[in-house]
Design a protein around this ligand. Structure first.
Ligand SMILES: Nc1ncnc2c1ncn2[C@@H]1O[C@H](COP(=O)(O)OP(=O)(O)OP(=O)(O)O)[C@@H](O)[C@H]1O
Length: 281
């Protein structure tokens, strides 16, 4: 569990990026910070591994104040994945993935074997191991970024808009991969995005932020969808534009779900995991 208590961050130029932020991030769940540009998402995320040091308040990981921990060790035991993958361009894929384990003292051969296994884990062919990052597609680079984030087998994985720079199809694929990975690996994932749909898809806990890291609402996607805390949230999640106002129409003996424009969005099926037939639109 990660706990923020009344945390503030003022940068040296005087900018108060985060003010009095308190939140519990449960273990083995995905918490997503979502909000518009500049609201403090990245600052909050980076305070967890002390890439940014807080100005006041406390941040605890499993009851231990991170200020008491060695910065470098802390950073190496927390996975970090960023938007542009952050891969070292002059190093092969396998070496990029093995970087942190090698720094942690894992013997080279073992680190390489593990790196190859991680390529399997993130759905990349091992034949890509000896390529350089520039020889991969954007989506493949992001997968390598995720493999690198997982390399030290961290309990916590921080992801800062990891799928922000890839095209929508690849993005949807990577989101599904992350859902699969999370089911398999059971990490505490803290994810930053400004895409509310991505937040609802991935988050067990979704935290909607406004400028200064002010929490406007937090809860499960269902809680937020069914009871937006205020007009800002309703607007942000698209409720006021009718985007979330789906309704049901009985057609040919099936319950068809329609969007606000009356277009078919799907069919209702029995049970929560059943697969419905596609409805022609
Ligand atoms: N090193 C810095 N020095 C001064 N101000 C900073 C610094 N880093 C961030 N800020 C400011 O702090 C605020 C929060 O920035 P932050 O990057 O955390 O926002 P964000 O929500 O992640 O935005 P985005 O979605 O655009 O990445 C912004 O006003 C930003 O300009």
């Amino acid at each position: 569990m990660i706990e923020f208590r009344q945390v503030s961050k003022r940068f040296p130029d005087g900018t108060l990026a985060v003010e009095d932020f308190s939140l519990v991030i449960p273990s083995r769940k995905t918490t997503v910070f979502v909000g518009s540009s500049g609201c403090g998402k990245t600052t909050i995320l980076r305070m967890i591994n002390r890439m940014i040091d807080r100005s006041s308040g406390s941040i605890e990981i499993d009851g231990e104040d991170i200020v008491a921990l060695d910065k470098v060790k802390l950073r190496r035991r927390i996975g970090y994945v960023m938007q542009n993958s952050g891969l070292l361009p002059h190093r092969k894929v396998v070496d990029n993935v093995a970087t942190v384990p090698l720094l942690n003292g894992v013997p080279k051969k073992e680190a390489h074997t593990r790196a190859l296994e991680l390529l399997d884990t993130v759905g990349l062919d091992r034949s890509l191991a000896n390529r350089y990052p520039s020889q991969l597609s954007g989506g493949q680079q992001q997968r390598v970024g995720v493999a690198r984030g997982l390399a030290a087998d961290p309990n916590i994985l921080l992801m800062d808009e990891p799928f922000g720079a890839v095209d929508p199809l690849v993005r949807a694929e990577l989101q599904q991969e992350l859902i699969r990975l999370q089911r398999e690996l059971d990490k505490t994932v803290v994810f930053v995005t400004h895409d509310i749909d991505e937040a609802f898809l991935l988050g067990d806990q979704v935290v909607i932020l406004q400028k200064g890291g002010v929490i406007v609402q937090k809860g499960s996607p269902t809680e937020i969808l069914t009871a937006p805390a205020n007009d800002f949230v309703a607007d942000f999640i698209g409720a006021t534009k009718g985007k979330r106002a789906l309704h049901i129409d009985r057609r040919d003996g099936r319950d068809v779900v329609l969007d606000s424009e009356g277009r078919a969005a799907g069919v209702l099926v029995d049970g929560s995991t059943g697969t419905g037939e596609e409805v022609p639109t």
